[in-house]
Structures are given as C-alpha cells and as structure tokens.
Design a protein around this ligand. Structure first.
Ligand code: 5MM
Length: 358
C-alpha cells in the first residue's frame, strides 16, 4: 500500500526551543490573558471602569515590573494586549521580550453551553484559527493557550470529555503548524463537594482522552506545554487536603498519564489562595520530576498586586513589588525551595467563587 507520511511542522525545532525556554528552571508563566469580560470583573473589584485605558494601565504595570523575567518565562496575553502599547508608547510585546519573557496568546473564543450534555460547556475558536495563529506569530507570539473546562458535579459526561479533548487536540495541531507552542488546558473545575479520589478518577479519564486525540492529530509532544488543575478535593468537600496530599495525588496522575517527552507542566491556580498555590507547587518539587513542574497562574499571581494598585498611579511601584513577591515565591516553589515564611494573611485567603464562569 502507498506510504503515508505525516508532514512534520516546519517549525519543529523552534517549537522545541520555545517550549524549553518557557519551561526553564526557576521560572513559570504569568497568565494575564483575561478576556474583556473577565478583566472588567477584576477592574470592578477595585472600583475601576472597564475601559481600554484602564486595561492598558494595569497591563503596563504588569509587563514592566522590574526584573520580572527572573521569575517569569512566559506571559499569556489577550488579543488586545498583543497589539497594544504601554502607557509610555512601547509595544507590550517588546517590553516582554526585553524582560526575557516569551509572549503568548490566548486563542480560544471562550465557553458556551454544550447541547446534549448535562449543562456542561464546550470551547469555541477552531473556525479560522489557522489564519489567527499565523497573524499572532507575525505579531511576536511564540506560544498559544486554549482553556476548556470539565465539571465534576455536572458529570462529566462522556460527550463533554470527548469534545474537550478533541478541541484541544485540533487547536494544538493548528498552533504547532503556525510555530506556536500550544498550552493544553483542560481545567477540571474546583466546584463540588466530591473528595480527592473522585477528582483523581476524572483527571485520569480526561488526560487519557486528551493524549489519545493529541496523538491522533500528530501533535509533537516535545513542542507542547500542559496546564492542568492540581488534584484536590472539591471546594465544598468537608475534607481538606494538605500540600503533601495534593502533591502525591497530582504526581501520581502525571506519572500515569503524561509522557516524559512533554517538557513542561504549568499548573493553573483555579481559585486557590496565593499561598496555597505556591505551597502545593513547592510540595510537587521536593524530588526530581521527568518534566519541569511549574506554574501558569492568573489569580494566584495577580490578586494582591491588583488590590495594592487600586487604580492609583502612586501605587504602581508597590503593586509591582507585590507581583514580584508572588513571582519570586513561585520561582522558589518551582525549585522546591519555598518556605512559606513571612506571607501576609491576605495572601492566604482563597479565591474560589462557586459556579464561577470566566
Ligand atoms: C486569566 O484568565 C484566563 C482567561 O480567562 P477568560 O478569557 O475566560 O476571561 C484563564 O484562562 C486563566 O489563564 C486560567 O484559568 C488560569 O488562571 P487561574 O486564576 O486559575 O490561575
């Protein structure tokens, strides 16, 4: 029979290099890709209007925090920011590159109800994706991100898991074809009163399917990054888990399901407190792992920073310092050297919101 050869992405070498750079020791990802709706909620929490100028001011503060690149290897941007300049008129992308931070781009178009499921969601954005990824590469992005969600209390139904996995795999193949390293993010939501064993079971099912379809779509595993949820009990479960338990369950999951060819596992924080997210990451890095185990946090990096800023120009420096405190703490946790000493009570407060929809 005629030989059928799969064409490797012409970007193969670059993808491997980009993934390795993002997954470099002592560094992780700053997720600052809030869509306008989500960014509006963040700004409202400090009494600011959701205007382009306010979003620009906040994002300028983030990208220009002095020395951020010592702890942060990549920053995920919303499309607006990829094309935006700072308040001093420099391209946000250029500021990041000067800080030795790889610019990334959120390419999904968000969640909508999945008909035929148990009130579950699916993620849109595949139509026209290849032209968008090509344009984003031209604009300086070198990695992409697609977040879909799986709900434990609502099932998950076989349909929802299959759709989530298939969408991630199609997106990953398209991104690699445009030279963007895909971050594969099936977030298993914290909602529910289930125990940690149930989360573990669902996570095994989800990752098995994600890798099945990634392989079927000929995605090159050396050129992807994962963004999983940590394995924890549901937010409303009466039993709480220690960082050691979270680390044990999560590492067991990764060992069972994630090939060592994958260079980096960049966890999301999902509503954990800033300190909790750092402690859990630190616990996972107490012994060597086959992959770089790190962070890709939004709320757990930004929460104190945003509150400290409060929209006031005179607070920019203090807010940048607050961001650097969290970035450094997570950098230490990536190296397994975080002690948790000197953390504020504020940073220990959880950020879980029941039924939260981005
Ligand atoms: C920053 O928020 C990201 C994009 O959300 P929307 O487009 O839906 O507004 C979100 O995907 C985020 O990157 C991840 O969920 C990780 O954030 P957390 O706060 O869970 O670490």
């Amino acid at each position: 029979s005629a030989a059928f050869t799969v064409r490797a992405s012409s970007y193969a070498d670059e993808l491997v290099k980009t993934a390795k750079t993002v997954a470099s020791p002592g560094r992780g990802i700053l997720a600052m890709d809030e869509s306008n709706a989500t960014c509006g909620k963040r700004l409202a929490s400090i009494g600011l209007e959701n205007t382009e100028a306010n979003r620009q001011a906040y994002r300028t503060l983030l990208v220009s925090a002095p020395g951020l690149g010592n702890y942060i290897s990549g920053a995920i941007l919303f499309e607006e920011t990829l094309y935006q300049s700072t308040i001093d008129g420099k391209k946000m992308v250029d500021v990041l590159v000067e800080q030795n931070i790889v610019p990334g781009i959120k390419v999904d178009k968000g969640l909508v109800p999945l008909p035929g499921s148990n009130n579950e969601s699916w993620c849109q954005g595949l139509d026209g994706l290849s032209s968008r990824t090509a344009a984003y590469y031209q604009q300086g992005a070198r990695f992409a991100k697609w977040r879909t969600v799986v709900s434990i209390p609502n099932g998950p139904s076989a349909l929802a898991v299959k759709e989530a996995a298939w969408g991630l795999a199609r997106y990953a193949a398209i991104s690699q074809d445009s030279g963007l390293v895909p971050i594969v993010e099936p977030e298993i939501l914290l909602d529910g009163d289930h125990g940690i064993d149930r989360t573990f079971e669902v996570a095994q099912q989800v990752w098995a399917e994600v890798f099945f379809y990634l392989a079927e779509n000929n995605v090159m595993f050396e050129g992807i990054l994962l963004k999983p949820s940590m394995v924890t009990p549901g937010a409303e479960c009466k039993d709480k888990a220690t960082p050691q338990q979270v680390a044990d369950y999560t590492l067991k999951l990764l060992h069972r399901r994630i090939p060592p060819a994958v260079p980096g596992i960049m966890f999301l924080s999902g509503g954990q407190s800033e300190v909790e997210a750092t402690l859990n990451l630190n616990a996972m890095n107490q012994s060597p792992n086959p992959w770089h185990v790190s962070f890709s946090y939004a709320r757990a990096l930004q929460n104190t920073c945003l509150k400290t800023w409060g929209g006031r120009p005179e607070n920019v420096k203090a807010a940048q310092d607050a961001l650097l405190v969290r970035a450094k703490a997570n950098s230490l946790a990536q190296l397994g050297k975080y002690t948790g000493e000197g953390e504020s009570e504020e940073a220990k407060k959880g950020m879980f919101v029941k039924g939260y929809v981005y």
